[in-house]
Write a protein that binds this ligand. Sequence first.
Ligand code: FAD
Length: 363
Amino acid sequence: MKKKYSIFSLVKNSLSDNQNWKKMWRNPEPRKFYDVIIVGGGGHGLGTAYYLAKEHGLKNIAVIEKGWLGGGNTGRNTTIIRSNYLWDESAHLYEHSLKLWENLSSELNYNIMFSQRGVLNLAHNEHDVKEIRRRVSANKLNGIDSEWVDPKQIKKLVPIMNTENCRYPVLGASYQPRAGVARHDAVAWGYAMRADELGVDIIQNCEVKKIRTAKGKVQGVETSKGFIRSNRVGVVASGHTSVLAATARIKLPLQSKALQALVSEPIKPVINTVVMSNAVHAYVSQSDKGELVIGAGTDGYNSYTQRGGYNIIEDTIRAIVELYPIFGKMKMLRQWGGIVDITPDASPILSKCEVEGLGQDSP
Ligand SMILES: Cc1cc2nc3c(=O)[nH]c(=O)nc-3n(C[C@H](O)[C@H](O)[C@H](O)COP(=O)(O)OP(=O)(O)OC[C@H]3O[C@@H](n4cnc5c(N)ncnc54)[C@H](O)[C@@H]3O)c2cc1C
């Protein structure tokens, strides 16, 4: 039964000190066999389970998560949602995804706070200008909203930006108006709640140690709660995709690196779009609470630590202060990292593989 969130349920529960909200999903013990096992309880794993149950009518599905739901990159990212990618395959995938985002709150009857406030991708040199203009044209050919904006238009969109007196002056940008941000935990919680209602078993604090195979076929997964049998296993374990694939003797062309983000103290609204700069590795948006949400670059080496090097955030902060001098006196409240699996062309691996019954989604 769909749990309804409405003004009436808010009032009713506030009268009992919010003590009587129903649990959003069950906490079942794993069964011995599932038709499908998804490894990884992030947005992708939970979304996959939800759509398998809803669109494909599968009944016996488990999502197995080694920690807590959304504790991976889903709850660590800077929440930017866009579809202005260059390559046709990526562009279509991300555009389909953006269309899902546009309807996700009502699909899940859960407010994921999706805000289409647009994204600017800045160009700081002639190479950037050529590359970004090419991307704008490719996006247009793929039916994706994207336009080239000059520094004057950028200043109109983001008056606090210093476009001229800096080491990397701003020469223009691509602008995708339908891009935006969402509340990242809500995405995991919303999918989890609705997948649970469709009968999906969500099993937390259960680590998959090995994908068991025999004669080229998947047999199931060995976990910290014992062996669970299944002929179909989907690995959606961002940051550990290649580690898990290796247990089924599959070598993936992935580099796993720490990517960092930071959040500032809250201030009044000063920036109402998302601004990304690949050249100086600084992304910024302002959350509904008023905090600046800042994305940095990746470490230059592989690792599995959810932190990252100090020099990376120093570089990012330097770039942010140059681009937005008014942030110079602000305090940062939190900093964290997540492990991203990076493919050589930065496009996801989304496929079946040589082991029958095994699928990978490595975003
Ligand atoms: C700092 C940072 C900023 C980012 N910013 C953006 C952004 O602005 N926009 C954007 O689109 N993307 C961004 N990303 C990338 C984005 O967060 C990821 O692409 C996305 O969250 C991946 O979702 P997922 O469900 O595949 O992975 P995750 O959310 O990482 O879920 C994978 C889950 O698998 C679990 N797991 C791993 N190994 C095992 C195992 N052996 N057994 C059981 N469970 C296991 C993990 O605990 C984890 O919960 C960012 C990433 C980081 C780190």
